[in-house]
Design a binder for this molecule. Structure first.
Ligand SMILES: Nc1nc2c(ncn2[C@@H]2O[C@H](COP(=O)(O)OP(=O)(O)O)[C@@H](O)[C@H]2O)c(=O)[nH]1
Ligand SMILES: [Mg+2]
Length: 608
């Protein structure tokens, strides 16, 4: 990764997210995303940008005494405790003057709105929004430590754990507060396992331990070890306990004593971590964890949707080109191909020679075939126009029918919903769209491609180069003279060898050269035909492009947009990660979506 990748990544992600958010895709939510996004937004971005401090967060299940433990750590009642479950509604930061200022500038916890805490009850108040982060300044704290109270991670309120997830991502040291009835819950274990995997230091504290019972310490130790085993952390990591004090007793100054792994109490243990070193180590682990989580999301969500969209688009474009345009749309050569070739012939050999060529083309029989092509070129008459329009309509209708038949069943959720919406809009507006397409096709048929003139010149040159035509000039003059003499003697009754003799000789000469030259005419006809095919293919491609723009790109605009945004994002990501993470476009197998398949889809839908 490049040195300033953090900011590059932030910008690339913001651009992609903002642009793609209009498409309302589910790749923008979900656990995979929140895992890396929380790490990035909550940890990497603020903590690489601000000078390091250790963030100590208390976290744990409902009513375990998180807020109480935080107050004990601070030896002061700074955050509100409550006997009710899920009392703490929003995170509370306890920070030195300087750090409190940074937090209030919103440069540390990016996804929250920081606000100064005037009264500790604000933490449990129901009248404030949850995304508010309360900042409590504590002058006695050094700038190198920042404490955090968090909402429950297993609360019934889902927004609590999302918030806790976000806020704990920002932590370096997580104090896992539990009590004997709340330490093995699935949600709690999962939460701390993830925190541990993300590279955080997890310190378990068993709260409300029966203080007059020596056995209970043994039990607390066993329970914490069970917890640590489940979290997959080292069982001998330091862990602590805090007794259940009677309500009337002051316990804020009491120590949070070690059970195993430490000989100092929790406050001192926390202070024993070398700040910068710990910070760097945690950040390194966080970065690699972030990369893992990001890659997971990239491949499972982002790339999957890309491939799906891409193959879908390819199927529709393929259907359009191969099935509809290739078979249904055969435009006539309104460009007057044959006339152009004749004109070119005259230009290259002059009128006289051109006239001399004429009889053999007549005899060789190819003239009538060439004429066939010419017939269709007689101007742009109404009949031809109408035929074109019929073809266009047929193609359009077939495409529309096919799209309608292959209704997009929510494979990519919102995108598909939008596609269906647009498809019906298109159906209702089809007359106007057809008209627009017809106008565009008329224009494109009347435009003569540049390359055509060059091709025509080549064909004529090639035709004239043929050995059979060389020297035809002299032969032709003699045959004409003979024919003329024969005809003359027939009409004028002049006594030559006999009128038939000359005519037969002249005609025979013409006939035999026609026979020899017919090879060249065949070649000429073939060239004209292949030029026509080339022109037709070009016009078909252009027509297919028009249908693609007016129909497919309209109906599938979300898919096209996603593809282009994803490609853009991918390019930026590749650059940031030096190509380590990138779309695997090469193995996009076409998903088989056929119109007929849809009957099955409908059947499945009906069953549900
Ligand atoms: N007596 C006594 N009560 C405690 C102790 N720890 C927590 N509590 C009580 O347990 C309840 C929940 O505590 P709180 O810190 O608000 O839990 P949180 O929801 O995890 O923050 C409150 O009524 C606390 O007074 C303790 O050590 N002794
Ligand atoms: Mg609390």
């Amino acid at each position: 990764m490049k040195g300033n990748w953090i900011n590059q990544f932030k910008d690339a992600w913001k651009r992609f997210k903002d642009n793609v958010s209009v498409l309302d895709l589910n790749i923008l939510n979900g656990e995979d995303l929140s895992a890396w996004e929380n790490l990035f937004m909550g940890k990497l971005l603020p903590h690489l940008e601000n000078e390091g401090c250790l963030v100590i967060a208390v976290a744990g299940g409902t009513n375990t005494g998180k807020s109480t433990i935080l107050n004990v750590l601070m030896k002061k009642e700074l955050t509100a405790t409550d006997y009710r479950a899920a009392a703490t509604k929003r995170p509370v930061i306890i920070a030195s003057e300087q750090k409190a200022k940074q937090c209030l500038n919103n440069s540390m916890f990016l996804e929250f709105e920081a606000r100064k805490m005037e009264n500790k009850e604000e933490a449990i108040s129901k009248s404030l929004a949850n995304h508010i982060l309360l900042v409590k300044e504590e002058k006695s704290l050094p700038d190198t430590y920042l404490y955090l109270d968090t909402p429950d991670i297993d609360s019934i309120a889902k927004e609590h754990w999302e918030m806790a997830d976000k806020i704990v991502s920002a932590g370096d040291i997580i104090i896992a507060v539990m009590n004997d009835s709340k330490y093995m819950d699935e949600a709690v274990i999962k939460f701390f396992r993830r925190a541990y995997e993300e590279g955080k230091i997890v310190i378990p504290v068993m709260n409300k331990v029966d203080r007059d019972n020596p056995e209970s310490l043994q039990i607390a130790d066993t329970q914490i070890r069970d917890f640590m085993k489940k979290v997959e952390m080292d069982e001998n990591s330091p862990h602590f306990y805090f007794p259940r004090y009677p309500y009337n007793e002051k316990f804020l100054d009491a120590p949070i004593k070690p059970l195993t792994g430490s000989d100092i109490e929790l406050r001192d243990y926390i202070r024993s971590f070398p700040v910068q070193e710990t910070k760097t180590k945690i950040l390194e682990r966080t970065i690699s964890r972030f990369k893992e989580e990001f890659t997971k999301w990239y491949q499972n969500k982002f790339e999957k949707l890309f491939k799906h969209s891409f193959s879908k688009v390819k199927i529709y474009e393929g259907y359009l080109e191969d099935t509809i345009v290739g078979k249904e749309f055969k435009p006539f050569p309104e460009i007057q191909l044959v006339k152009d070739i004749k004109r070119e012939l005259r230009k290259q050999i002059g009128n006289f020679k051109y006239f001399m060529l004429f009889p053999t083309s007549l005899f060789s029989g190819h003239r009538s075939e060439i004429k066939k092509l010419e017939i269709n070129t007689e101007g742009v008459n109404e009949k031809i126009k109408q035929k074109h329009n019929e073809m266009i309509e047929k193609c359009f209708n077939e495409l529309l029918d096919w799209l309608l038949k292959s209704e997009f069943i929510s494979e990519i959720d919102c995108i598909d919903k939008n596609i269906n919406k647009r498809l019906h809009e298109l159906k209702n507006n089809q007359d106007a769209i057809k008209k627009k397409i017809i106008t565009r096709v008329e224009r494109l048929l009347s435009v003569k491609p540049e390359w055509l003139q060059g091709e025509i010149e080549e064909i004529v040159k090639d035709f004239l180069k043929s050995p059979n035509l060389r020297g035809f000039y002299g032969t032709r003059i003699i045959s004409f003279l003979l024919l003329g003499a024969g005809l003359g003697s027939m009409v004028l009754g002049m006594p030559y060898f006999g009128p038939w003799t000359e005519s037969i000789a002249g005609g025979g000469m013409l006939g035999s050269s026609a026979l020899i030259e017919s090879v060249e005419y065949k070649r000429l006809l073939k060239s004209i035909n292949s030029l026509y095919e080339k022109w037709k293919e070009k016009k078909q491609r252009e027509f297919s492009q028009i249908l693609k723009e007016e129909v497919l790109q309209y109906v599938l605009q979300d898919v096209y947009q996603y593809i282009s945004l994803a490609e853009q994002f991918d390019k930026e990501i590749q650059d940031i990660f030096n190509g380590e993470i990138s779309l695997k476009k090469e193995n996009i197998g076409l998903v088989q979506i056929e119109a007929n398949d849809n009957s099955q889809n409908n059947a499945i839908m009906e069953k549900q």
